[in-house]
Ligand binder design. Structure first.
Ligand SMILES: [Zn+2]
Length: 334
């Protein structure tokens, strides 16, 4: 059997097997790239790729948020096979953000490899859960790969976010929920708008990404922070979703003038929305995550049933050790 090479490179990984060399979430000259999603920490070196293969929402999000120039792009669709070099590739939903894809590769000797990118095995309000696909080799992210990361049921987290919003509004405050502009911001906008709140998006980039979600059928009715409607909502009951509280406050100063903005700022109550809020040094917030928790990662490996697992991102070492303890061959990529 030919040897498989799996190496980290910039924001991603390069694999080489049986004469075929493919970049995953990074770019190298003259070689193809499979791109899992549009978060910035997966885009390094992409402009040097011979051709980038990804879903239409991922390309739309890249175009909306970055000035990245790609030499060539190929749009791929979930569950529709395509070829790269001599490899049959099938993209599957990764459940992480809009358009996020896992890639299942089948080499010409039958060896099957699954690359997850970032993935979530739990349904969110705006994304469907990732489902494991059988493979001989699994390359997976392990962001929350230690046993202490166990998230509560998502509907419980949703209920607690709504509760915080109600409590703060009732005491005359403006809750400001901090979430990444791609993925979680859209989920929490959806959650709060469906609960009857006026939702202000505190950063222009959130609106830019929300337009991509809307293009693919997700209805989002947030109010841009620089709009006249935001001015009206801020004097009444409203919530803010922000990817950068600092920039949201700068926007408020531009909209209202420094004096009026100050009276709004004094009413802001910040909540982080992240799995990390469960940690020892966390800030106030709720554990809304776009990644799988530890039990989710472990059950995903069981579902894929691989002969070997390569782990990347935070906790790769710990999760590999855990897998080895359960009899699964595992290697941390660090
Ligand atoms: Zn991501």
């Amino acid at each position: 059997m030919p040897e498989l090479s799996v190496k980290k490179h910039l924001s991603g990984i390069i694999i080489e097997y049986n004469g075929d060399r493919i970049a995953l979430d990074t770019g190298i000259p003259n070689e193809p790239t499979l791109l899992s999603h549009a978060h910035a920490d997966h885009l390094s070196g992409l402009s040097s790729a011979a051709c980038v293969f990804s879903t239409a929402p991922t390309f739309d999000t890249i175009d909306a948020r970055t000035n990245l120039t790609l030499k060539a792009r190929e749009i791929v669709t979930y569950q529709i096979p395509f070829s790269v070099r001599n490899v049959k590739v099938v993209p599957y939903n990764a459940g992480h953000v809009i358009g996020s894809a896992m890639f299942h590769l089948e080499f010409n000797d039958g060896m099957r490899l699954l690359y997850t990118g970032d993935f979530n095995v739990v349904d969110s309000l705006v994304h469907s859960a990732a489902i494991p696909i059988a493979a001989d080799v699994l390359i997976m992210e392990t962001t929350y790969g230690t046993p202490d990361w166990v998230f509560p049921p998502r509907n419980e987290t949703h209920a607690n976010i709504i509760k915080s919003a109600i409590v703060e509004c009732e005491r005359g405050k403006i809750p400001l929920f901090k979430a990444y502009s791609l993925g979680k911001a859209q989920e929490v906008i959806r959650l709060l708008q469906d609960s009857g709140f006026d939702v202000i998006s505190g950063n222009h980039v959130i609106d830019t990404v929300s337009r991509v979600y809307e293009k693919y059928g997700v209805e989002l009715n947030s109010i841009g922070v620089m709009s006249k409607k935001a001015y009206e909502s801020l004097s009444q009951k409203c919530v803010i979703v922000s990817s950068s509280a600092k920039h949201t406050k700068m926007n408020l100063r531009k909209l209202l003038g420094i004096k009026s903005a100050y009276s709004i700022e004094s009413r802001l109550e910040e909540y982080s929305l992240s799995g990390w809020t469960l940690g020892k040094y966390s800030r106030r917030g709720h554990p809304l995550s776009a990644h799988s928790d530890f039990p989710g990662l472990a059950s995903f490996v069981t579902g894929v049933n691989p002969k070997i697992v390569y782990c990347f991102t935070d906790n790769a070492m710990t999760f590999s050790g855990y897998l080895m303890g359960t009899g699964v061959n595992a290697v941390p990529l660090e």
